[in-house]
Design a protein around this ligand. Structure first.
Ligand SMILES: Nc1ncnc2c1ncn2[C@@H]1O[C@H](COP(=O)(O)OP(=O)(O)O)[C@@H](O)[C@H]1O
Ligand SMILES: [Mg+2]
Length: 472
């Protein structure tokens, strides 16, 4: 895939300006971590005596490279805040499907964006690093669903990035247009019993019926069998060639409801869930850890320090976190708040011994325990106590600030400030697609809270549940 003509002439046109302004060392770090430039190539450029000569050599190299390198260079400019230069290059960004968010025209980006919002696909995390090889593997499987219905199981350990990957895989114009012109529809499942599952499928049916611009056909289905039939009708007749994304499945019986000859991608920790359903089956394994450079990039982006300038503790932290995207992100968020605590957090990770979250688990939670505890420790005492109250939240339930205002007996504004603090520290997640904003915990965070703090106050629990019942 040679460099497109438009992109080449753009580089030539703005060559002088680029040479005058850019600091190649910073940009090259990003390009290396995107895999579009080798360390040897970087070394050769660094041998040039002046910054300007280095910049010239980098442009020269780019002209001999391909579209991906151009896009990576553009992304590096954005990340290093060369906004003016990036906008010069933007117009001629090649359109390739692996870089959906930088589509060649605003029209295609808007089309993808509106499909994703309609389907409830989560946004990217605040700090995001690309995992191109993994995303490619997932997209390759999605293309297999183009011709015939079937199942894709995205599996891996907790916090390895399965949900982020599922969302990223469909954030692509080609995938939507070629494979799922009927849309992509996200449903968070989690550990549910039958009544919970029924409520979730009801809300999916309602969403699908509403998007057809018609009044929902009937009353909500009132059994799982009825819900399955309703869904079968909707998927086959009204939404042919669309994709259901079922996030965080624990139990294969859940899949029976969706065993209706449609296209499904599911995320799970358990790779054998689809054994009992019919149709074509595909798998994508998500490695539990990021490679070192990607994990370092997360730390660099959180702390706004250049990759090469990260302190020596950074590598050890990544090692202690075992590259877990979740844990590295938690530590990154902590360091953003307390930038001089690299050594301190490293020591905490190395020294602290917390109970495992689940004794009989095959997953290795050690690093996570430690990161979670470290996150909670930096909260002021009174906020730490409030955070412990979040043990009453259930998995995959999102609540507005108002509920916590009742639970904590605090003014809504004060609650919003506290929640903002939790979100900034990656202790809580916010869905800002909805109004009012909805808050929720990552399911690992709930596990951790339940084990460490053991929710005793059932009165609080009932109070929140009553509200949630009201809200659902
Ligand atoms: N590609 C990524 N870039 C940056 N952070 C990531 C990435 N993937 C995952 N994370 C971080 O890890 C957390 C857990 O990811 P998630 O996909 O929810 O894990 P899983 O579904 O496997 O439990 C995210 O909230 C985010 O902070
Ligand atoms: Mg998940």
């Amino acid at each position: 895939m040679a460099l497109e003509e438009g992109a080449r002439s753009c580089l030539l046109r703005f060559r002088q300006k680029l040479e005058e302004d850019i600091k190649p060392t910073y940009l090259m770090d990003h390009m290396i971590s995107d895999g579009v430039m080798t360390v040897d190539e970087e070394e050769r450029i660094r041998t040039q005596l002046t910054r300007k000569d280095q910049a010239g050599a980098l442009i020269e190299l780019l002209l001999r490279k391909d579209n991906l390198a151009y896009i990576s260079f553009y992304n590096a400019l954005v990340r290093e805040a060369y906004d003016d230069l990036a906008s010069l290059l933007h117009r001629d960004l090649p359109h390739i499907s692996l870089n959906p968010h930088k589509g060649s025209s605003d029209g295609s980006a808007t089309y993808v964006q509106s499909m994703l919002s309609e389907g409830g696909i989560p946004q990217r995390p605040v700090v995001f690093v690309s995992r191109p090889e993994l995303v490619n593997r997932a997209r390759e499987k999605l293309y297999r669903l183009q011709k015939e219905p079937g199942w894709i199981t995205v599996f891996g350990m907790a916090g390895s990035g399965k949900s982020v990957l599922a969302a990223e895989a469909v954030r692509d114009h080609g995938i939507i247009e070629d494979c799922f012109p009927g849309g992509v529809h996200w449903l968070s499942i989690g550990q549910v019993d039958k009544p919970d599952l029924l409520v979730k499928v009801q809300s999916l049916c309602f969403r699908l019926e509403q998007s057809l611009d018609s009044q929902p056909l009937h009353r909500p289905p009132n059994s799982l069998d009825e819900a399955k039939e309703r869904l079968r009708f909707l998927m086959l007749r009204r939404y042919p060639r669309s994709l259901l994304i079922l996030d965080d499945i624990w139990d294969s019986t859940v899949l029976k409801v969706f065993d209706i000859h449609c296209r499904v991608l599911l995320t799970t920790r358990n790779r054998s869930l689809t054994d009992s359903v019919s149709g074509a089956k595909h798998e994508v394994e998500v490695e539990s850890g990021l490679d070192e450079n990607k994990a370092l990039e997360i730390l660099a982006l959180y702390t706004r320090i250049n990759l090469q300038a990260l302190p020596e503790e950074a590598r050890s932290i990544v090692r202690e976190c075992k590259g877990s995207p979740l844990v590295v992100s938690l530590i990154g968020a902590l360091l953003r708040e307390k930038p001089n605590r690299w050594r301190y957090y490293l020591c905490q990770l190395q020294m602290k011994q917390f109970k495992r979250i689940r004794k009989s688990s095959s997953y290795d939670y050690d690093a996570l325990d430690q990161a979670m505890a470290a996150s909670i420790e930096v909260l002021p005492d009174e906020h730490r106590d409030l955070y412990k109250d979040l043990t009453v939240l259930q998995k995959d339930v999102k609540i507005p600030a108002k509920v916590l205002s009742v639970l904590w007996d605090l003014e809504p504004e004060e609650v919003e400030d506290i929640l903002e603090e939790f979100v900034n520290k990656s202790l809580l997640f916010v869905d800002n697609n909805s109004k009012p904003y909805l808050y929720y915990l990552h399911d690992l965070q709930i596990d951790f809270l339940v084990i460490i703090f053991n929710p005793a106050n059932m009165v609080l629990c009932c109070c929140v549940c009553a509200y949630l019942g009201f809200l659902c």
